[in-house]
Design a protein around this ligand. Structure first.
Ligand code: GUN
Ligand code: FE
Length: 424
């Protein structure tokens, strides 16, 4: 029928989140897609649907592409190194020397190409990136994300104090370069600008206030770290005695909740900080592997934040996290919540439905209409072939769980963005 000539039907076992508590599972169903956008899911094709427009994945799973909501692009080559250090030591010994190399554009192009390739290989189609302080390298990262078709936020990193002399910015220049970046990209397509102060330790109040004004003037989201580690929070207190905590510093400088705001870690939050983070503009990103590797001194109380209605997502946070796999991040989120529950039984462990929601639909709300397969959502999807794991006699939900715990990128046999196959 003419009506369906521009449609495609993707057939398989479809799984996506309706909410934090509800997973939709539709076995042997067709996702009807037109112009890259989901129209409906049906278990029988409409009469006269063109046979050539059916893409039949048989018994495979079809799930939304993952969202990695906190990841450091320039740390790609330092994964798995220095994992015995505590946060501030790790930053000084490994991370700052590594990130300083991105003043070289060839190096930036080479590493950022590898980084984006690996994101796609691992099924991350939506990403919120931390760059380095270098303007040119930040433009290179932006271009590569755009060329490869990802949905992304990225920016130019800011740091003007408590940083080594080979990796620090002049305050005025940092604001000028950030404005240049933001002006160029704040109204872009699927890759957009964000304001990215590293964390309060490396940013003067003058810089933070300047970035807050830019965020307001250009209506640009904010992405940073806060309440990550016991030692880090002690230093914040010493450096900013007139503020109660890192959250208040961001808030009073127009960088928390006034625009969409993503804060990585958010492990140690007093009631006043929780109140700030309840703002629907805010999202806290759980990065379980990073938390363990840099010895934060605690684990995010994920269940508590979910119950409070705080927006939550998952981040790989490489290089303090070691893997770019968000499927692995789902398993880690569940595992870490169980460890936490052993020491603080008042908060139950997280289940698969909740962790999968964080990794797909919840992270996806930052981009709008990604992370699920309801009408109007982008068909940004992964096809999971788990036939190597002997999956004949278990349910689609158990297969999803096993993919997260046991599978890897070799089980992702197709990736689609806006209905188009992604080449890797
Ligand atoms: N806090 C400030 N910078 C960083 C970083 O690069 N990684 C992590 N995990 N925390 C940070
Ligand atoms: Fe980080």
């Amino acid at each position: 029928m003419e009506k369906y000539s521009k449609y495609k039907a993707f057939k398989g076992n479809v799984i996506y989140s309706k909410s934090k508590d509800v997973l939709i599972i539709k076995e042997n169903s067709y996702i009807l897609v037109t112009d890259g956008v989901v129209k409906e899911i049906c278990n029988q094709l409409p009469y006269g649907f063109p046979k050539d427009n059916i893409i039949d994945f048989g018994n495979k799973l079809i799930i939304p592409g993952f969202c990695d909501m906190h990841v450091h692009a320039p740390q790609f080559l330092q994964r798995g190194i220095g994992m015995d250090r505590e946060l501030l030591d790790w930053l000084n010994t490994y991370t700052y020397p590594n990130e300083a190399k991105f003043n070289n554009k060839d190096h930036a192009r080479r590493v950022y190409t590898l980084f984006v390739d690996e994101l796609l290989r691992q099924g991350t189609l939506h990403v919120n990136c931390f760059p380095s302080i270098h303007y040119e390298a930040s433009e290179i990262l932006f271009d590569i994300l755009e060329q490869r078709g990802l949905f992304a936020f990225t920016g130019k990193l800011n740091m003007d104090q408590n940083s080594p002399d080979y990796y620090i910015e002049d305050t005025e220049q940092s604001i000028i370069d950030t404005e240049r970046f933001v002006k160029k990209h704040h109204k872009s397509g699927n890759v957009k600008a964000a304001i990215v102060p590293r964390f309060t330790i490396t940013c003067s109040e003058k810089l933070l206030a300047g970035l807050g004004s830019l965020s307001e003037r250009y209506e640009v989201p904010v992405h940073s770290h806060m309440c990550e580690a016991v030692n880090e929070m002690k230093v914040v207190k010493e450096l900013f005695p007139k503020y109660k905590n890192g959250a208040e510093i961001f808030y009073k400088n127009n960088l928390l909740g006034q625009r969409p705001t993503i804060m990585a870690h958010c492990i140690f939050m007093d009631d006043d900080v929780l109140e700030l983070m309840k703002n629907p503009n805010c999202m806290a990103v759980h990065c379980p592997d990073a938390t363990a590797n840099i010895n934060a001194g605690g684990i995010m109380p994920v269940k508590k934040l979910l119950k409070m209605g705080i927006n939550l997502a998952i981040g790989s946070d490489i290089g303090s996290g070691a893997s770019l796999s968000i499927a692995r991040g789902i398993a880690s989120t569940i595992e870490h919540s169980k460890i936490r529950n052993m020491f603080d039984p008042q908060w139950e462990a997280v289940n698969l439905t909740e962790a999968f929601y964080m990794a797909t639909r919840s992270g996806g709300r930052y981009f709008k209409n990604v992370g699920a397969f309801e009408e109007g959502y982008c068909f940004n999807a992964l096809v999971i072939d788990d036939s190597n794991m002997y999956s004949e006699d278990i349910t689609p939900l158990e297969r999803l769980e096993r993919f997260c715990y046991v599978g890897d990128d070799r089980n992702i046999c197709m990736r689609y963005i806006m209905g188009k196959e992604v080449e890797i």
